[in-house]
Design a protein around this ligand. Structure first.
Ligand SMILES: NC(=O)c1ccc[n+]([C@@H]2O[C@H](COP(=O)([O-])OP(=O)(O)OC[C@H]3O[C@@H](n4cnc5c(N)ncnc54)[C@H](O)[C@@H]3O)[C@@H](O)[C@H]2O)c1
Length: 438
């Protein structure tokens, strides 16, 4: 099939590369000209395991092309994915400016009957808005569909190639048959394609993210209770996660959820609910719990440094919102670093892949270290924010000797409290006894 993917961010690039990999002729188009120039030379704007190889191979085989000319690309296409950003507006609702602008360009230049799919995460009702924009400009039949994307950054290629399910909101037979054919190679192991009405597909994406965020906020709150009652959240997590009705995923307490999706989508869902007069009290509580949790690491550091961080130097391990990505959007590390700098501390940070985008954000206000040990060297405390594998088993003796004060605030519960205490660390994690005897 001749496919156009509009927007070459984390989602568009993965979608385009994976659809090319299954033999389609794909154009990935974006208004960001330097980004397209780089992609034409196989220089990726993001870190995503396996993606560079996929892009290179499919460009070489001429199944994948990059263009900054969305209009010309629309003229050729039979299937068009809108995968542009939907950042939060001032009130937290999804800003649809990019989606509707892309729809207008596409509408003006359609030459073939086309299936037009919102891949971006968009509130219920957006497909109708997209159809209205297209309808004002298009001179050929088109079929608007919703196909929310569930890939996880850090495992995006794998997730797209082998999805748990494909959710398709489509309301014409033509659209259903095109989409079923397009997705057939990705569901050969029997994973379902779930056809549904468009509103349900649009809402499914928000429901999924809100549910996952709920599990995280729930465990974050329980971790606080564990600390007060002398329980260990690791044990409680295992105790509930082995219940088949609950399952083990997304039950790890931490410094608050971040990333480009959960915070934005939870707020956007609350806006949609508000517009329809439905009080989603659970979802609101999830958001509020996360806002509180974002202060936790700073507060722990403040306590550990005797109530004053002014003049202290704090090492931060991990900047990305989770491992295997360089995405900093709403990363808990940003909140922590911002609070430390505001309070007069200095920060030396390390991350295996996210230091370049962090440098653009913080400039000279943060020092970036070549290795995790360099970051810790001479620091008054270490905060572990992202659970990259390389932070899981450091040389503890070396780490202790490098730190000016052996204080570790662990936002991911990576280390054993008793072991850390026996090595002479003052160790603080989340929801667990700190291993130190009074
Ligand atoms: N990142 C994720 O993990 C993820 C997962 C599932 C769904 N989503 C959703 O997918 C959408 C895209 O997310 P992302 O993380 O890929 O965003 P992104 O910000 O990384 O990329 C968006 C791209 O769209 C381009 N763009 C904006 N307006 C355009 C236009 N009119 N024409 C052409 N290109 C245009 C931008 O230049 C940018 O390159 C969002 O709605 C997001 O919520 C993201």
């Amino acid at each position: 099939m001749r496919i156009l993917v509009v927007g070459t961010g984390y989602v568009g690039l993965v979608v385009g590369a994976c659809l090319a990999e299954t033999g389609n002729a794909v154009v990935c188009a974006d208004v960001d000209v330097p980004k397209i120039d780089d992609l034409q030379h196989n220089v990726l704007p993001i870190y995503e395991p396996g993606l560079e190889e996929l892009v290179r191979r499919n460009q070489e085989q001429r199944r994948l092309r990059f263009s900054s000319d969305v209009a010309s690309a629309a003229e050729e296409a039979e299937v068009i994915f809108l995968a542009v950003g939907t950042p939060p507006g001032e009130d937290g609702s999804a800003d649809l400016r990019h989606v509707l602008a892309a729809a207008e360009t596409v509408g003006r230049h359609l030459r073939n009957e086309a299936v037009i799919i919102t891949k971006s995460t968009v509130p219920v009702g957006t497909a109708h808005k997209v159809a209205a924009v297209l309808g004002r400009h298009a001179r050929v039949p088109f079929h608007v569909c919703s196909n929310p994307e569930f890939l996880k950054e850090g495992a995006a290629v794998e997730d797209f190639m082998r999805p748990d399910r494909v959710v398709l909101g489509a309301e014409t037979d033509y659209a259903r048959s095109v989409l079923a054919e397009l997705y057939a190679p990705f569901v050969r192991t029997g994973k379902p394609i779930l056809f549904m009405d468009i509103a349900s597909a649009e809402l499914t994406k928000y429901a999924a993210n809100a549910m996952l965020a709920t599990r995280i906020s729930f465990m974050n709150e329980l971790a606080m209770l564990c600390e007060q009652v002398g329980a260990n959240v690791d044990s409680v997590r295992r105790g509930i996660g082995t219940d088949a009705r609950i399952g083990p995923s997304f039950l790890f307490p931490g410094p608050g959820y971040g990333g480009s999706c959960f915070p934005k989508d939870v707020r956007a869902l609350l806006c949609t609910a508000g517009l329809h007069g439905v009080p989603l009290g659970v979802v609101r509580a999830v958001h509020e719990a996360n806002e509180r949790q974002k202060h936790l690491l700073f507060d722990r550091l403040l306590d550990a440094l005797d109530g004053d961080v002014r003049g202290a130097r704090v090492a931060v391990w991990g900047l990305a919102f989770k491992p295997q990505t360089d995405d900093l959007r709403e990363s808990p590390a940003l909140a922590l670093i911002g609070a430390l700098l505001d309070a007069g501390a200095s920060v030396t940070a390390h991350d295996p892949v996210a230091m370049a985008p962090a440098r653009q954000l913080f400039g000279d206000h943060v020092t970036f270290a070549a290795t995790s040990y360099d970051a810790a060297d001479g620091a008054d405390a270490l905060a572990v924010v992202t659970d990259w594998n390389e932070y899981r088993h450091p040389d503890f003796v070396r780490l202790r000797d490098l730190l000016a004060r052996p204080i570790v605030v662990d936002g991911r519960n990576l280390y054993q409290p008793a072991k850390m205490a026996s090595l002479g660390f003052r160790y603080h994690s989340i929801g667990r006894p700190n291993g130190m005897t009074a």
